[in-house]
Design a protein around this ligand. Structure first.
Ligand code: F0G
Length: 348
């Protein structure tokens, strides 16, 4: 918020409640890029934010503006990361936090973040789209004043633009393409707005092609219809009716970009490759960006020389169950002796 203050709706009356969000690493994916034929592939590692996802960039501003307006309570629906972030910033601000979640569909780490921070957690019998409809209706009532901090709150998207600014500042230019997972479609819209701000100000010459990726079982924008029962292992983007649908398709069309689907297998394969080739542990939904780039590169949909940035939206530690299902069988048991460990490793 401080570094990009001039670009944000911050006034002297806006409280500073930073937890150190932003300034995340831009990592050159040398081994993975070489493997898929994109030597200029980079990752913006958003899992390095205070609560482990990009949501903090927008949440810090949304909560600060809520405080500035005298709010006592905030509310959101979430697939997990927004609620973890709302819980953290709301707690730090000393206000009530209510999060409404799809029951049984939240990665363990995210749920625990909200609970430990003391948020009031309501699990509803329905998916994210149903939970969002409920919190929008609750925030519209005046019997219990609540500030809605989902990405339909414009301060969320304003704050999230800072990631696009950082990428341009780090590279000294805009990338040729930006690859990003799409769920409720706020983040792709925020990045596009950020690149547009920089281009209008003459800080960068051109804006990137926006390449958005949805999970195949939850791809409403790709299929151009609401998905009633979205399904994917990438629970963060298990969304059938994105709130920022139109902003996302505008970003796609204005940038000559694409929004496409990737299967759960493709997502998990990129998730594993990021960890094994690059040492980056992201959550499955985040790997949709790299899965998509991999797929497009294979069919010649991206120039070999293109400077591509894939956004890795959240930290892998948030979803231990998926990690365990994928790699938990890798443990080799042995007695506590040199010979036993050598034997177990096959070093005879
Ligand atoms: N990646 C992660 C890790 C997310 O948590 C989300 C969204 C996205 C990508 C997609 O971003 O919604 O702006 O298109 N998570 C929201 C939540 C929905 O409730 O935490 P989007």
């Amino acid at each position: 918020m401080d570094r990009y203050r001039a670009w944000l709706p911050i006034t002297d009356a806006t409280p500073s409640i930073s937890l150190g969000e932003g300034a995340t690493p831009l990592v050159h994916l040398q081994r993975l890029g070489a493997a898929i034929g994109l030597p200029n592939l980079h990752a913006k590692v958003e899992g390095m934010n205070p609560t482990g996802s990009f949501k903090d960039r927008g949440m810090v501003l949304a909560v600060a503006k809520a405080l500035e307006g005298g709010a006592r309570s905030i509310i959101c629906a979430s697939t997990g990361n927004t609620s973890a972030s709302a819980a953290a910033y709301g707690s730090a601000a000393g206000i009530e936090v209510v999060v409404v979640l799809p029951k049984g569909a939240i990665a363990a780490g995210k749920l625990l973040q909200a609970l430990v921070a003391g948020a009031r957690v309501v699990a509803v019998d329905g998916n994210f789209d149903a939970a969002l409809a409920v919190v929008r209706a609750l925030a519209a009532r005046d019997d219990h004043p609540l500030t809605l901090v989902n990405s339909v709150n414009p301060h969320r998207l304003a704050g999230q633009k800072t990631a696009a600014f950082e990428i341009c500042d780090d590279l000294g230019r805009a990338p040729d393409a930006l690859a990003i997972p799409v769920g409720n479609a706020g983040n792709i819209s925020a990045y596009w707005a950020g690149f547009t701000d920089y281009a209008m100000a003459g800080i960068v010459e051109r804006r990137p092609r926006m390449l958005g990726f949805q999970a195949a079982g939850a791809a409403p924008i790709v299929e151009d219809r609401v998905i009633e029962h979205p399904e994917t292992i990438a629970t963060a983007i298990r969304i059938g009716n994105p709130a920022s649908w139109r902003l996302a398709t505008a970003a796609r069309d204005e940038s000559d970009g694409r929004i496409e689907a990737v299967t759960d297998d493709e997502i998990l394969s990129a998730y594993r490759d990021l960890a094994r080739l690059e040492g980056i542990f992201c959550e499955p939904s985040s790997a949709a960006s790299v899965a998509g780039v991999t797929k497009l590169a294979r069919v010649g949909g991206i120039d070999r020389d293109a400077l591509v940035v894939a956004v890795l939206t959240g930290n892998g530690l948030k979803d231990p169950d998926t990690a365990h299902r994928l790699a938990g069988g890798g443990i080799i048991e042995a007695g506590a002796s040199v010979d036993a460990v050598r034997g177990a490793l096959g070093w005879r």
